[in-house]
Every structure is written in structure tokens, then in C-alpha cells.
Design a binder for this molecule. Structure first.
Ligand code: NAI
Ligand code: NA
Length: 398
């Protein structure tokens, strides 16, 4: 099969395995050459390890000096030859990450399945006990999901990306047709707000930590970190003051609670890294958000302080995470994004962006390229004409 990009709206339907390998390799090389070096953590569990911030965290911790062993949990799909499905990018990211880590004689165990399910939790705990030395010293929580099934009742909660006070009129990016389309973000119902908090808030994070603690697999001094976004005022109607922001508020409260508990029980810590806006499978999907990202990328690149996912995570684990924790448990990784000089320029540019000019006046090409590369496309070193045998890929072990 010759694998070509197929995009629907803001979702990629195909992924190129060798391009994904290249993406992982490039992140590894960046981690190895970064001037930040990570050394604190040696046994890491990453929930949401296959893409975006989770993958970058895992790479930073493994290849950025710490040489950590890692367990990754993610929800991904492998190739299916009969249906001519390539499999998801995260599927290949997991495989190639493991291969590169094993070349360094490090443990890189991948679990594929629903992180909300009891089954996966138990598998992870059993594995830590039997094959991982009995404990972990860092738990990274980097899940981004639209749904959360409740294992006990079977109810499925769905998150909604909506506003809270009044509808928001903005743009949704269509990466398939390279167009910016007018959209209206509706106001969420109380139920939708609650459900979004249920899916993307802190409850599941806390459940995981409770279970791991009860199983006795958290090392003394173990830390846990989850990722959040706040953003500047101009984005508040769609994010910070919308349904996602409510979920993040809950995540922040959970961090403060867990930080106290972990501190008392194992001298541990719970933290939130408030991160920069970056192109991932999850963020590109947020309606109304892409014009801001396009403007931000342009301005930060001009200023010379734009970071990629791996650069961002190297700065987190190589520098920021070791600094004294503030009372609210937040680590402000968004300091460069929210810099006044940056935001003043973004605020000037953003209102000028429309469907006709966004490719010229904002950094659309960077967003598009980042998105394509997330799925293994647009790497110069890859031969995209190569006929790839899906059945042989299927046999690669996780
Ligand atoms: P992503 O879509 O690249 O990664 C999500 C990960 O979760 C993937 O590994 C996926 O397989 C996994 N996952 C989803 N549902 C799962 C399930 N049921 N069971 C097991 N694994 C599952 O997204 P991204 O952007 O890396 O998001 C991670 C976190 O970072 C989220 O909390 C997000 O809000 C936060 N964040 C993202 C920012 C951005 O600009 N991308 C900015 C600030 C915070
Ligand atoms: Na992630």
C-alpha cells in the first residue's frame, strides 16, 4: 500500500509508519542535544504516552539524560490489511520509541487499552510488581480524550468543547481543504459542563494515584504531574472560561489535594504544568483555537522563543520541575507564551486574521506542517512512494 495522507476536517485518517519513526527519532535527537538535562527520575509511568505531551515527556525522560525506564499507556489502533487501514500514528510512535529505548538497554513497556478501565490499571500494577522493580518514581498524566466510560456502571461520559456564558463566534480550521471556516461555539448545558469535568478533570488522575498507592507501587518521594492550559485573556471565552477550563480548574484542585496526601504518605508531590499551546491531535481539534495558535507561532518564532513539544518538555523536566513548588502546585511553563511583549503583538495580529488572509498573515504553514508530521507525513527523508506491506507492520511487536 502506498500510504497517503487522508484528512477529515482536523482529524488524520492515515498515518505513515516510517514518518512516525522519523518523528520519534527527531525528538530523541533533540532531547539528546538539549542544553537542559533531566536526571531525577528513573522509573516512569506515562498515561497518554503515544503522542503529544505524553510522548515528548517520555522521550525527554528517557533520552534527555535521566535514562529512565518507562511504562506507557495509550489508546491506539494497529494496521488492518483487510480494511486497508494504516493504524494510528501513536501506534507506531509506541513501537519505535520502544525500539530506540531498548537499543539503550532501557525498559520501555507499552500497554494499549482504555486507561479508564480497571483491566488496564491492574495490568500496569502487576507489571510494575513483576518486571519493573516494584515501584515508579514519576507518574505523568497526559490523557486527552473525548469520552470516559465508567467501568462500574457502563455509563459513557462525553466532553463538550463549548462556552459557559455566551456563544462565541470564531473560526474552525479545516486542514483537509486548507480553509478557515466561520463557526459559532454554543453555550454548554450544566450537564455538559459536568460531563466535561468528569472526562478531562482530575478524578481519573486521582483514581490512578490512589490505586497505585494502595498497591504499594509508588516509590518514596514519588511525584505526579498533569498538564493544563490557561492561555491569555483573548482565548478565555473558548478555553479557560469554557468547559475545558472548568475541567482544568478541577484538575488544579485535585493537584492541591493530592499534593498534601502524597506529601504526608510518601513525601511525594503532585504538580500541574501549565503548558504552552502546541499542535497536537487534541489541540488542533479545539474549535476557535487555531487562529490564536497561528498568530502565537508567528510571533514567538519572530521572537526566537517558540518551542516544539520536545523542547517544551525538556525545559520542564530539565529545569522547571526541580524548582520549589508554589502553593497552588502550578508550574508555569506558559511563561514565554504569556510574556507581555509576545501577547501585545498577538493581540494586534489576531483580530486581523480572516478566511482570506490567514495563510499570509499568520503562520498557517507551520501549523499544517506540524499536523502532517504528527501523522508521519512531510518528512524530506521519507520516500512516500514506497509500497508498504501492512501485514508485515502488523507483526511488529508493541
Ligand atoms: P494527544 O492527543 O497528543 O495525546 C493524548 C494521549 O492520550 C494519547 O497518547 C492517547 O492515546 C491517549 N489516550 C486518549 N484516550 C485514552 C484512553 N481512553 N486510554 C488510554 N490512553 C488514552 O494530546 P496532548 O495535546 O498531548 O494532550 C495531553 C494533555 O496535555 C491534555 O491534558 C491537554 O489538555 C494538555 N495540554 C495540551 C496542550 C496543547 O497545546 N496541546 C496545552 C496545554 C495542555
Ligand atoms: Na499526550
Amino acid at each position: 500500500m502506498i500510504i497517503q495522507p487522508i484528512i477529515k476536517g482536523a482529524v488524520a485518517k492515515t498515518a505513515h509508519p516510517y514518518g512516525c519513526q522519523q518523528a520519534v527519532l527527531e525528538q530523541i535527537q533533540q532531547a539528546q542535544s538539549s542544553h537542559w538535562q533531566t536526571s531525577q527520575f528513573k522509573k516512569v509511568l506515562v498515561l497518554g504516552a503515544s503522542s503529544g505531551f505524553g510522548l515528548a515527556s517520555r522521550i525527554a525522560l528517557t533520552f534527555g539524560g535521566a535514562l529512565a525506564d518507562s511504562i506507557g499507556v495509550s489508546f491506539e489502533r494497529g494496521p488492518n490489511q483487510d480494511k486497508q487501514l494504516t493504524g494510528t500514528a501513536g501506534w507506531y510512535n509506541n513501537i519505535y520509541f520502544r525500539q530506540y529505548a531498548e537499543e539503550k538497554r532501557l525498559i520501555a513497556k507499552n500497554f494499549i487499552g482504555d486507561a479508564f478501565s480497571d483491566d488496564i490499571r491492574q495490568q500496569v500494577i502487576d507489571y510494575i510488581k513483576s518486571d519493573f522493580g516494584g515501584s515508579v518514581d514519576l507518574v505523568v498524566y497526559s490523557l486527552a480524550s473525548g469520552i470516559r466510560p465508567d467501568p462500574e456502571t457502563g455509563t459513557v461520559f462525553r466532553s463538550a468543547i463549548k462556552t459557559i456564558d455566551k456563544p462565541y463566534s470564531g473560526y474552525v480550521l479545516n486542514l483537509e481543504s486548507d480553509s478557515l471556516e466561520q463557526t459559532l461555539l454554543p453555550v454548554a448545558s450544566q450537564q455538559e459542563i459536568q460531563d466535561t469535568v468528569k472526562v478531562m478533570g482530575g478524578e481519573d488522575w486521582q483514581d490512578w494515584l490512589t490505586l497505585l498507592a494502595d498497591a504499594g507501587v509508588l516509590a518514596k518521594g514519588c511525584q505526579t504531574i498533569a498538564y493544563s492550559y490557561m492561555g491569555p485573556k483573548i482565548t478565555h471565552p473558548i478555553y479557560h472560561q469554557g468547559t475545558l477550563g472548568k475541567a482544568k480548574d478541577h484538575l488544579h484542585q485535585t493537584a492541591e489535594q493530592m499534593n498534601q496526601q502524597l506529601n504526608q504518605s510518601i513525601n511525594g508531590q503532585a504538580k500541574i504544568a501549565v503548558c504552552k499551546a502546541l499542535v497536537t491531535k487534541a489541540s488542533i481539534y479545539i474549535p476557535g483555537f487555531s487562529p490564536y495558535m497561528m498568530a502565537l507561532f508567528k510571533i514567538m518564532k519572530q521572537a526566537g522563543n517558540h518551542e516544539s513539544c520536545i523542547e517544551h518538555m525538556m525545559r520542564l523536566f530539565g529545569n522547571k520541575i526541580a524548582q520549589p513548588l508554589s502553593k497552588n502546585c502550578l508550574i508555569r511553563m506558559d511563561d514565554w507564551e504569556l510574556d507581555l511583549a509576545i501577547q501585545n503583538k498577538v493581540a494586534q495580529l489576531l483580530p486581523l486574521i480572516n478566511s482570506n488572509n490567514f495563510k499570509e498573515i499568520a503562520d498557517y504553514s507551520a501549523i499544517k506542517k506540524d499536523f502532517m508530521q504528527l501523522n508521519g507525513f512531510e518528512f524530506n527523508s521519507i520516500d512516500y512512494e514506497e509500497d508498504i506491506d501492512l501485514s508485515s507492520l502488523k507483526n511488529m511487536h508493541l
